[in-house]
Design a protein around this ligand. Structure first.
Ligand code: ADP
Ligand code: MG
Length: 385
């Protein structure tokens, strides 16, 4: 397949009969560690993928927006009336209309524009193709309109587009990662304060790589289960008298667990509190350049999601077990659970062997073949040319 940037330009030309004024790219992301910690005011540590979404765009004279995507044969056009009414534009174009809405709602003079989207980020696999689209579109509109909007305010706007226009309840992690990540780094994000810190994560220099394994598992009841986990955490925090589970210190965990009266809630709380600690421990190791040593923390995170938070499925557990058996230094599910992706930390030279071992284990269990991809941490949203 041709390069994604070339496809975006070709799509623009095909739809509008002219060349774009520019192209803006935003990557997919994967969360290295810190799962279901975001809505507990805790810590996450995502990094950007080398897979990108590219938007080719040009301003137009009237206040209307036309957008086409490789996902659909037909372009979608909307004006201010549709953009200003959350939910009016539906389907994939809602992610674009949502960005126009969020900008206008924040008082910005959004230029009318023609846009063409191409992407290498798999859709719906938990690698945040949605934030990639929002962020690339946002970058394009900010520059085309000469808007006075520093990049540290972009994540909130893109999140509002997804939460309030599209109607998908997500935290601030995806957009923060997609916009703010830097090459060779992971982004340490405090979900309470929204403070970020770039943490060196130079896999290449360490002779390592991350293997991202798309489990291809059908998302089973993911929305309902997510809501149930969230409610359980909120109830537990209220019972413990803290604003959020982030406020339960690791040293106080046993005492906190003793104050809860059912085993399921205790296990949910234990996952969140220990997971926050694992993020902090991972950050410490990475700051010290001890990259290979984070493996056991990744694997412990997986065990916690499987046994305490109960959000894994057989395909996911199979991928983790097979990767570890084939020599991965650590492996875990990444993302909200009930499907999605697994990541494995591997010696670069072993990536292919581990990928093959996972595919073999899948075949043995009769699962649909997994997708595998070897990645190094990439940079966030930017203009291409
Ligand atoms: P993900 O885990 O990939 O972010 P989501 O369900 O959050 O999954 O978002 C996927 C949705 O984002 C798609 O169904 C589509 O509406 C939109 N989207 C993603 N990529 C594109 C694209 N290249 N063009 C148009 N819309 C896209
Ligand atoms: Mg998404």
């Amino acid at each position: 397949m041709t390069d994604v940037a070339a496809r975006a330009s070709a799509g623009f030309h095909q739809t509008y009969g002219t060349a774009p004024a520019g192209r803006w790219a935003a990557p997919g992301r994967v969360n290295l560690i810190g799962e279901h910690t975001d809505y507990n005011d805790g810590f996450v540590l995502p990094f950007a993928l080398p897979l990108r979404t590219v938007v080719a765009a040009a301003a137009r004279d009237d206040a209307r927006w036309t957008v086409r995507s490789e996902l659909s044969a037909d372009p979608v056009e909307f004006g201010p009336a549709e953009a200003d009414a959350p939910g009016r534009v539906t389907g994939w174009a809602a992610y674009v209309a949502g960005v126009v809405w969020a900008l206008r709602a924040a008082g910005h003079q959004v230029p009318g524009a023609r846009l063409a989207i191409a992407s290498d980020v798999p859709v719906g696999s938990g690698l945040s193709s949605s934030a990639a689209v929002e962020s690339a579109v946002l970058a394009a509109l900010v520059e085309l309109g000469g808007l006075d909007l520093p990049a540290d305010r972009w994540p909130r706007l893109a999140q509002r587009a997804e939460n309030d226009y599209v109607g998908a309840p997500t935290g601030i992690m995806d957009q923060s990662a997609v916009i703010r990540c830097r090459k060779g780094h992971a982004l340490f994000l405090d979900c309470r304060t929204e403070e970020v810190e770039q943490i060196p994560f130079d896999l290449d220099a360490a002779g390592l790589a991350v293997l991202v394994i798309d489990s291809r598992a059908p998302h089973r009841h993911a929305d309902g289960e997510y809501a149930a986990r969230r409610a359980s955490c909120e109830r537990a925090a209220a019972r413990l008298g803290v604003p959020a589970l982030r406020d339960v210190a690791t040293a106080d965990l046993d005492a906190a667990l003793a104050r809860l009266d059912d085993d399921e809630t205790r296990r949910r709380v234990r996952h969140v509190v220990t997971e926050d600690q694992r993020v902090l421990d991972t950050v410490e190791l990475l700051r010290a350049g001890r990259v290979a040593e984070i493996g056991p923390l990744l694997t412990a995170s997986h065990a916690s999601m499987r046994d305490d938070f109960e959000i894994t499925v057989p395909e996911i557990d199979t991928a983790v077990e097979a990767a570890l058996a084939a020599g991965a230094l650590g492996a875990r599910m990444t993302g909200g659970g009930f499907g999605g992706c697994v990541l494995a930390l591997v010696e670069a030279a072993a990536a292919e062997r581990v990928a093959t071992a996972v595919a073999d284990a899948y075949a043995e269990r009769g699962f649909a073949a997994p997708g595998t991809l070897t990645v190094l941490p990439a940079g966030g949203a930017h203009r291409l040319d």
